[in-house]
Design a protein around this ligand. Structure first.
Ligand code: ASN
Length: 306
């Protein structure tokens, strides 16, 4: 309990929360100006992101229905764009991912966190990158201007990144830095940067003519802070979705409505991604671990005090 009390009383937490407030205001203002409508988060659903890596189940039974805590709102983002009246959406989305305890020490993982999750209909990955570059520049310049004293108290010198952010192919970085290219490039480059083409979830688009090439991407923070955002152009064709779910051993029975919509050709062609808020605030404030920017941190493998 003592740890919780010290955390809640820590003067540093004031500076961090002020930076976070400024960053969130900058994001909301920017989205509003760019005509991206805000949807509210869902927390329990019969269908959610399968997450193609090991984790524990987080679901409850309610009146005979199995409901999953949201791992990401990717499927909901896609379906929200069925509405013909808007073509850009974002959500401040809480995610619960019961990760294995081995991730507790990465500095980047909480098993409950928030991402600003964005999706655009009928746009390309270049359009999405342009939108996110603008968001990053806006957040950094606003925080730098508004939170001068907080940054000084945290001994943090913030550099407003030069945009457009650089874009690298993952294969090129692998050639240059080896298999550990994400961590090494994040340590060596000065500004946040994009990396394209990762084999990931079924919903990230794989090139039909060039199998094994994915039209997706991550953004990385520099100074070794690592992954900031991931996303991609999306699969929307039924046959591709089923093929990729099967390849990833995803249980199709968990995706009844989504698959039926895909079968009827209703999934719109979209592009998007999500940026972790705690990771962004960790970088803005220069903290060691994402738990240092959370009032009530949930670290993989650790007991929660409150
Ligand atoms: N938000 C991510 C995306 O849009 C998905 C995720 O967090 N797993 O691709």
């Amino acid at each position: 309990m003592q740890d919780t009390i010290s955390r809640l009383r820590d003067a540093k937490m004031t500076n961090i929360l002020r930076v976070q407030s400024a960053a969130l205001k900058a994001i909301h203002d920017y989205m509003y100006e760019r005509g991206v409508v805000q949807a509210m988060p869902v927390i329990l659903s019969p269908e959610t992101d399968p997450l193609n890596h090991p984790h524990f189940d987080a679901s409850v039974e309610y009146y005979g229905q199995r409901l999953h805590l949201t791992k990401s709102m990717i499927l909901h983002k896609q379906l929200s764009l069925l509405n013909g009246g808007f073509d850009k959406v974002y959500v401040m989305s809480p995610n619960v991912r019961l990760e294995e305890g081995s991730l507790g020490g990465t500095g980047r993982h909480l098993f409950e966190f928030t991402q600003v999750d964005i999706e655009l209909k009928g746009r390309s990955k270049e359009d999405f990158m342009e939108l996110v570059d603008g968001m990053v520049a806006r957040v950094f310049s606003f925080v730098k201007k508004e939170c001068e004293e907080d940054l000084a108290a945290l001994d943090r010198k913030l550099r407003v990144p030069a945009t457009p952010l650089k874009v690298f192919e993952s294969e090129d970085l692998r050639d240059r830095y080896g298999d550990d290219f994400e961590a090494r490039a994040s340590r060596e480059l000065e500004d946040p940067f994009w990396v394209t083409n990762f084999r990931r979830e079924f919903y990230d688009k794989e090139d039909k003519k060039r199998r094994g090439y994915y039209h997706n991407y991550d953004v990385f923070w520099p100074e070794g802070f690592g992954e900031a955002l991931s996303g991609g152009e999306r699969e929307w064709e039924y046959a591709e979705i089923v093929r990729k779910m099967t390849e990833r051993k995803t249980d199709l029975r968990g995706y009844k409505t989504y698959l039926e919509m895909a079968r009827q050709g209703l999934i719109p062609s979209t592009v998007g991604g999500g940026m972790g808020i705690e990771r962004m605030v960790r970088y803005l404030t220069g903290q060691k671990h994402v738990k240092d920017v959370a009032l009530f941190p949930r670290v993989p493998g650790e007991n929660i005090a409150f």
